[in-house]
Design a protein around this ligand. Sequence first.
Ligand code: FMN
Length: 197
Amino acid sequence: MNRTNDPAAIGALFVVGIGGTTREGSSTDRALRVSLRAAEEAGARTHIFTGPFLARLPHFAPDHPARSEEQREFVETVRQADGVILASPGYHGGISGLVKNALDLLEDLRGDARSYLDGRAVGCIAAAAGWQASVTTLESLRAIVHALRGWPTPLGAAINTTEPNFDPAGACTNPKTLDTLVTVGRQVVDFACRYRR
Ligand SMILES: Cc1cc2nc3c(=O)[nH]c(=O)nc-3n(C[C@H](O)[C@H](O)[C@H](O)COP(=O)(O)O)c2cc1C
């Protein structure tokens, strides 16, 4: 049996990033992009749903089956994913409404053979202006991933935005943050390879 974890040998893997805020220069967005880049360098194709896109998703309501073009695009893209990376700011100790609204829309994947995020590695990133909220937000993300039947990666990223982490161009300048975000991206691809195999 082929035991390789080389995505090129296994076939193109697809990783979807979801998160950020609508703020120009969002640190959550920057963190997500670093992990997605690491996933690309590990051989995956990627797609990102940023804060401005998420802000165009109508408020999810279970009794409203009509879907906007953006809602359909979001659900269909996640349906194709082998792995997902979620990134939320810590708002009042938990994930933002913007990110939660998008995740609630994954209710549309409930009836799939791979229900919700079943069989998908999910990297979780939380960015807040302190360790307390970044850690509680990371825990909230993991709990949501478990509810959606996904597989949180062993390492999650809790980022304290009061520390210097990114330069104005978005490059990660904090070696510890960089190592964590890169590891999260790689672990998503590694799991996706193992699951595909
Ligand atoms: C509505 C709101 C609530 C927030 N609540 C918290 C909080 O409870 N704890 C904390 O450390 N930071 C809190 N923050 C700060 C954000 O987590 C922090 O600025 C984060 O980096 C924002 O993400 P962004 O840079 O991607 O926009 C809050 C910010 C906003 C706008």
